[in-house]
Design a protein around this ligand. Sequence first.
Ligand code: NDP
Ligand code: 2IT
Length: 448
Amino acid sequence: MVNTDARINEIYDVVQKRNPGEKEFHQAVKEVIETLGPVLKKHPHYAEQKIIERICEPERQVIFRVPWVDDKGEVHINRGFRVGFNSALGPYKGGLRFHPSVLLDTIKFLAFEQTFKNALTGLPIGSGKGGSDFNPRDRSDNEIMRFCQSFMTELYRHIGEMTDVPAGDIGVGLREIGFLFGQYKRITNRYESGVLTGKSPTWGGALVRKEATGYGAVFFAEEMLKVRDQSIEGKTCIVSGSGNVAIYAIEKLIHLGAKVVACSDSGGYIYHKSGINLETVKQLKEVERKRIKAYVNEHSDAEYHAEGSIWDIPCEIALPCATQNELGEEAAKTLIDNGCIALSEGANMPCTPEAARLIQHSKIAYGPAKAANAGGVATSALEMQQNASRDAWTFEHTENRLREIMCNIHQDCYETAKEFDLEGNYAAGANIASFRRVADAMLAFGVI
Ligand code: NDP
Ligand code: 2IT
């Protein structure tokens, strides 16, 4: 009989020693493996075959130099990364992040999370993540283009529609995917649409991919509320961030009759009691690439706060959609005290472990990132499907598929938690359901 707790502690010790200083990676690993004890008890062959040990070790990690020249002629050197974490279920799949805070640690935690998220979609995709410490803020379109071309000049040899399929993440959207694809096509002499997702629908991208992560996080919240005989209609909501995920989460909340009163960027947050005007946010963020502070110039009854926390504002539904560890213990306490009923994670690992624990033990319905934000990567897989069959689906059809996938993920997490006597614990349900799916594929392949 395996002593599962001791075994899991040993595995975690090894992960810490083997990946020194990589705190976010440690955090992501701990959150998953500490829920797997009951699974090892039920399925001892996972322990015998060292599946957890294997799942915690990336299959490959590529680090490369990215030199580029700015508009003034100055040379810059950035660092590029691509980690292929697990290919048991399909080619490596996951986004690219361009942000000055990016370290190997960041990419590893994201790629690790992606393993479980992608498995939850039920679609044939493995896990990966990449990016760079490049800061796109205030760079011209030409600078962004030169950076993307230099980045792809190394990355192209590691990716491919059957090998590894990158997409966007923080700092990488339609514009960057266009520049990256252009360089890939030029170097390889192949119009290989399926090598990147998040492309513009004008040249091979799927409709709804842009909206998918935000919409999906709202669909997940809707499903959690249904279990409690509640709905989104008429609820007051807060969405942190004001990038791709946040904007389309706000859009879907508004479609479903909610009122969104606050959103943010890394400079601060806006509070608009009567409800945020989404067109203004889109114009500022998607078109003009300005700071969220500029919102109050258009709406004199809105407030801008450079200090304090967006989570201080009372709300019934909270969607953290900015970045990792953006919501800490104090914020979690405030949300609970203010009567929040549901929290759905649009961002990856937005709650600190302390915050997640508090929320899990409160009355709030808690949708963990790997389930709640899986709509983005799921729609990427639908984009790959359309590319492979040289087809283009309508917006309505694709949105229906997305909704169906999010309902299935919710059901899967809910039922799995119940199977292990953890009803309502979507975090454990998500970890266990996805772990089993990846583990079974790994077992089928033997020791590789
Ligand atoms: P964007 O670059 O479009 O937007 C990011 C938003 O978060 C911006 O408002 C940004 O503000 C804010 N932000 C970023 N870093 C920080 C920080 N360190 N502190 C405070 N605010 C910050 O990215 P996305 O919307 O695509 O991504 C948001 C989150 O969603 C990330 O966690 C990402 O991993 C996750 N995600 C994204 C998916 C996708 O399809 N794009 C899919 C699944 C998850 P500022 O402009 O000031 O930096
Ligand atoms: O975190 C994520 O799931 C993403 N950034 C999207 C990945 C993808 O391949 O669409």
